[in-house]
Design a protein around this ligand. Structure first.
Ligand code: AMP
Length: 289
C-alpha cells in the first residue's frame, strides 16, 4: 500500500525484508524508529532526527504484547492507525512497518531472550518481564529492518540503557541515537498514555517534572543526601497530585547501579500511578558539571 505522498505501508516481514535488501543494495542508509504508535511530538522528534541523518526512514508501529504484564494495559493501549499514518506521511517517513501480532510472533518461540542487567530496578522491578519483551521485539525488528541507526527517547531512559546493552552484547551493527524528552508547555513529558488522565489528573501531572526540577536544584545547591532528595520529590508529588508513587529512585546512569555518594552521571527517575495511567519521567544530571 502506498499513501498519496508516496509513503509505503508494509505489513509483512517478508515484504519489509525485501524493501530493506533493495535499499542496502543501493547503498542507502536506514534510520529506524520503533514505536507503539498513537504518535505524538516525542515520536515526531525521533523521526525528524532520523530524517536528518539517513537516506531512508522506517517507522514501526507495533503494540508489542510480550512487553505487557498480564494485568497491564495491552488491550486498552491507545491506537489510531489512520491518524498515525497521516502524521508519519507529513514527517516524510518512507516506510511504516505495521505488522500484526501473528506476523511478529508466528510460532511458539524455540529460544528466549532475557534482559538480565539494568532491569532489577525501576520499571524492570515494577513490571517483571517487561524488558524481556522489549529486547525480544527489538531483536526481531532490528533483524527485519537492518538499520544503520535506531532512535530512542530519553523519556524511557531505562529502555535506552537496556537497548544499548543488547546492541553491545549481540554485536548488532546499529548506532543507537538518543533524543531528549519532548514535553508539553507545562513540563509534562509527552506520552501516548496521557490521554488516559482525567481532567484533574492532567492538571496535576506537570508536578512530576516539577518535582524532578526541584530535586535538580537541590543537587545544584550542594545537597548530596540521596534520602533527602527522594523525600523532597515524594513530598512534592504527594502534596500536588492524587497519584500514587510507584518509585522515586536515584541511580548511576546508564549502568543503573546503586549510588552511595552522588557523583558523575546520575538519573533521578519516578513512576506515578494515576487512576487509568501510570506515568514515568526522569532527569539525568552530571554532578561534576
Ligand atoms: P512508545 O511508542 O511509547 O513505545 O515510544 C517509542 C519511542 O518514542 C521510544 O524510544 C520512546 O522513548 C520515544 N518517546 C516517547 N515519548 C517521548 C517523549 N516525550 N520525548 C522523546 N521521546 C519519546
Amino acid at each position: 500500500m502506498k499513501t498519496a505522498v508516496g509513503m509505503k505501508v508494509i505489513k509483512t516481514v517478508e515484504e519489509m525484508k525485501k524493501f530493506v535488501r533493495e535499499e542496502r543494495k543501493s547503498c542507502r542508509t536506514i534510520g529506524f524508529v520503533p514505536t507503539m504508535g498513537f504518535l505524538h511530538e516525542g515520536h515526531l522528534r525521533l523521526i525528524k532526527k532520523a530524517k536528518e541523518q539517513n537516506d531512508t526512514v522506517i517507522l514501526s508501529i507495533f503494540v508489542n504484547p510480550t512487553q505487557f504484564g498480564p494485568n497491564e494495559d495491552f488491550e486498552k493501549y491507545p491506537r489510531d492507525e489512520q491518524r498515525d499514518l497521516t502524521l508519519a506521511a507529513k514527517e516524510g517517513v518512507d516506510v511504516v512497518f505495521l505488522p500484526s501480532v501473528d506476523e511478529m510472533y508466528p510460532t511458539f518461540p524455540t529460544t528466549k531472550l532475557t534482559a538480565i542487567d539494568r532491569t532489577n530496578v525501576l520499571c524492570g522491578k515494577s513490571r517483571p518481564g517487561h524488558f524481556d519483551g522489549v529486547v525480544t521485539v527489538l531483536s526481531k525488528l532490528f533483524h527485519i529492518t537492518m538499520p544503520d541507526r535506531a532512535y530512542f527517547g530519553l523519556k524511557d531512559a531505562q529502555q535506552v540503557a537496556v537497548t544499548k546493552g543488547l546492541v553491545e552484547d549481540y554485536f548488532f551493527p546499529i548506532e543507537i541515537i538518543v533524543v531528549e524528552t519532548v514535553r508539553e508547555e507545562d513540563g509534562l513529558a509527552k506520552s501516548s498514555r496521557n490521554v488516559y488522565l482525567t481532567e484533574k489528573e492532567r492538571e496535576q501531572a506537570p508536578h512530576l517534572y516539577e518535582s524532578l526540577r526541584k530535586a535538580s536544584t537541590l543537587i545544584k545547591q550542594g545537597e548530596r543526601d540521596k534520602q533527602k532528595i527522594r523525600e523532597s520529590i515524594l513530598t512534592h508529588i504527594n502534596e500536588h497530585t492524587d497519584g500514587e508513587v510507584d518509585y522515586v529512585e536515584l541511580y548511576r546512569y546508564p549502568s543503573l547501579e546503586e549510588i552511595t555518594v552522588l557523583e558523575e552521571e546520575i538519573i533521578i527517575a519516578i513512576a506515578v500511578r494515576f487512576s487509568q495511567a501510570r506515568l514515568i519521567d526522569n532527569v539525568i544530571l552530571d554532578i561534576k558539571k
